[in-house]
Design a protein around this ligand. Structure first.
Ligand code: PGA
Length: 220
């Protein structure tokens, strides 16, 4: 069971206070790049929110796997829907980032999920098949199912919707699948109790120490 906190472009909580509050609870935090070192130094399991496929080069604004590893970062989120929606990331780019990060020895959380319009048009499985189809199984790869309509909206997928989507994803690629989309302390336990839900990717609720710790506890 993995509970990962995606701080997005928010400064996030104090790293040492968070580390102390987590105790022995398994966790991952993905802060903005500017706070990676502080999180690593505090002893948090720290992932980046993205990673490039080359180790160096003329790629303004990008960060490479060895640069992250030099900081003590042990993984990266790849293909978040906000990257796809606002920064033009494609399935092919997500596949390249994932492959390179895994080859470098990073853990990867690769995000997939349909928009509201795609779900309403009955295209959920087609979208998931396309997004998951570019990835290959790897021991350090997990998928995060994040229905775009549930991200930051307070609308959570029902446990049944999550279970069905996760089971479908697992039928395509036999990997752990985290659920993401408005996971909060009061809905975490029921979502995480679904047999095909192997953890959570938490946005907003990971910015508050008490709520993130509560979700990690629900997952442990
Ligand atoms: P949310 O974000 O928990 O704020 O909905 C989830 C995510 O985007 O990873």
């Amino acid at each position: 069971m993995i509970v990962a906190g995606n701080w997005k472009m928010f400064d996030g909580p104090d790293a040492r206070a968070l580390r102390a509050a987590l105790g022995d609870l398994p966790h991952v935090v993905a802060p903005p790049y500017t706070r990676l070192r502080e999180c690593v130094d505090a002893g948090l399991t720290t992932y980046a929110q993205n990673v490039h496929w080359e180790s160096e080069g003329a790629f303004t604004g990008e960060i490479s796997p060895p640069m992250l590893q030099a900081l003590g970062v042990t993984g990266a989120i790849v293909g978040h829907s906000e990257r796809r929606q606002f920064f033009g990331e494609t399935d092919e780019g997500v596949a390249k980032r994932t492959r390179a990060a895994l080859a470098a020895g990073l853990n990867v959380i690769a995000c997939v999920g349909e928009t509201e319009a795609q779900r309403e048009a009955g295209e959920t499985e087609e979208v998931l098949r396309r997004q998951v189809g570019v990835l290959e199984a790897h021991p350090n790869l997990v998928i995060a199912y994040e229905p775009v309509w549930a991200i930051g909206t307070g609308k959570t997928a029902t446990p049944e919707i999550a279970q069905d989507a996760h089971a479908f994803i697992k039928s395509l690629l036999d990997l752990p699948v985290l659920y993401g989309g408005s996971v909060k302390p009061d809905n975490a336990a029921v979502l995480l109790s679904q047999p095909a839900v192997d953890g959570a990717l938490v946005g907003g609720a990971s910015l508050d120490i008490d709520s993130f710790v509560a979700i990690c506890r629900a997952g442990s």
